[in-house]
Design a protein. Structure first.
Length: 136
């Protein structure tokens, strides 16, 4: 699942450094020694924030339109960050749950014959449905 959020970068006390805030994620603050590091840190922090929400059963926050985000201080820069939640969750996600499902016998025969990973198919299907509902 790919997500895009606006962030605001402010010059920090370190020469060339930036502090980053994400208006859609209360309490999210990070920083970097320069612009590339600040943006990398923002992606990492925001991905962790969203993963925590998802693992607690909550939805990812709706992204504010970038045109509606205004810096609160002079020198603030508004930009977008892109989150690859699948890659982040695969690397850092901790919570998995076991689900038992009932399917028709013929479908089980097909799945076994084709070597289908049921967990992967269920996860992909649920992620697709989740994305559809998020974008509705």
């Amino acid at each position: 699942m790919k997500l895009v959020y606006p962030v605001v970068l402010y010059p920090s006390g370190v020469p060339g450094g930036y502090t980053v805030l994400c208006p859609d994620m209360p309490g999210l603050v990070t920083e970097g020694r320069d612009l590339p590091e600040a943006l990398d840190m923002a992606v990492d922090a925001a991905s962790g924030w969203v993963l925590g929400e998802l693992e607690e059963g909550r939805r990812a926050p709706h992204a504010t339109n970038i045109a509606d985000v205004k810096p609160e201080e002079p020198g603030g820069i508004v930009t977008l960050i892109s989150l690859d939640m699948d890659a982040y969750a695969e690397k850092y996600g901790k919570k998995s749950v076991r689900k038992n499902v009932t399917i028709p016998a013929w479908l089980d025969t097909f799945g076994e014959r084709e070597g289908i990973n049921y967990s992967q198919v269920l996860r992909e299907g649920l992620e697709h449905r989740y994305n559809d509902l998020q974008n509705a």
